[in-house]
Design a protein around this ligand. Sequence first.
Ligand code: AP5
Length: 214
Amino acid sequence: MMNIVLLGAPGVGKGTCAEVLAKKHSIPHISSGDIFREAVAGESELGKKVKQYLDRGELVPDELTVEVIRQRLEKDDCKKGFLLDGFPRTIAQAESLKKFSKIDHILNFTAVKKLIVERLSGRRTCRKCGAIYHIKYFPPKLEGVCDKCGGELYQRSDEAPDVVMKRLAVYEEQTKPLIDYYRNEGTLTDIDANYPAEEIGKIIEQCEEAIKNG
Ligand code: AP5
């Protein structure tokens, strides 16, 4: 079994590394943020409920978030493991997760704030396949066009400077306490995510090492 959680501030690079790790280990990459954004784009019932929170950079209420993830983890593709990116984000979510799943590795991504803000402000995301780019660090071959599927690249609505600041504050208040929570349980490994784009392999290597030794 390989049930992995990626922890870390918004923009630290979780999603970028999650793509690589999930592919390597043939497990699904489950991003709570992606699930919510897809729901908003599709104007589903879930989307209508969560839109206001995403727009403001606030967390979606625990009960709703936990139910969405619980249902996702019940799907067949999670039987051999999964990689959770962006969940849990509060102690209450972590407590709930324990009731329906056992987590083997918690990888805690860390980077200095200056890099995080730079990464967030230059990010571009593919509207069609969700691939992540950066205008300076991971540019697409053709500006505004996804290398993988030809989809349109856009800037997320929660990347406006005031919303970014709100998300970073929410992380400090509500998600950071999870670091000590999991450290006390002995399942957490810190991942130094300060390495630049051309050395992303060094971040992946640390994750692989933690998974192997965990
Ligand atoms: P979510 O989508 O989870 O956003 P986040 O945690 O804020 O994380 P990001 O996707 O912004 O960053 P990331 O760490 O994945 O960085 P990335 O790899 O893209 O959540 C959005 C919203 O959904 C929340 O605000 C909330 O409302 C709601 N939500 C989600 N989960 C929830 C939950 N559990 N409970 C309640 N509400 C929830 O990288 C960033 C940029 O940097 C990219 O441009 C990338 O190309 C670049 N980059 C990455 N690595 C490097 C590197 N090493 N060097 C240079 N550039 C790099």
